[in-house]
Write a protein that binds this ligand. Sequence first.
Ligand code: 5GP
Length: 114
Amino acid sequence: MSEDLFLKIIDREIPAEIVHEDDEVIAFRDINPKAPLHVLIVPKKRIRTINDISEDDEKVVGKLFSVARQIAGQEGYSDEGYRVVMNCNAAAGQTVFHIHLHLLAGRAFTWPPG
Ligand code: 5GP
């Protein structure tokens, strides 16, 4: 068993409600949603934090945003709007050390974020 929670989801060792999967990226609903739509978009390659993103990763990191746009559209939030967030390390609230883009929609979001 992997110690990386999201690798366990990728490997189907633990269940998740998957909404998108391709060779490089998987996306699934957050287990503790903070908005009516809360999906995590995750590269299959393990990258621990934003600090660990290399030049070689630029394509897949860009793809996280393309998948977010697609899912937001499928779920009907393109025009209303949505938020994407990636936390880096403890002070920002990162709890799973495998980068992931949060896609949140379906309510009004405040700015600045908490
Ligand atoms: P972070 O705090 O690292 O930015 O985000 C981690 C996210 O993973 C949290 O929103 C949390 O609710 C979610 N999460 C933690 N464990 C699981 C799990 O087992 N399944 C799913 N689908 N989401 C999880």
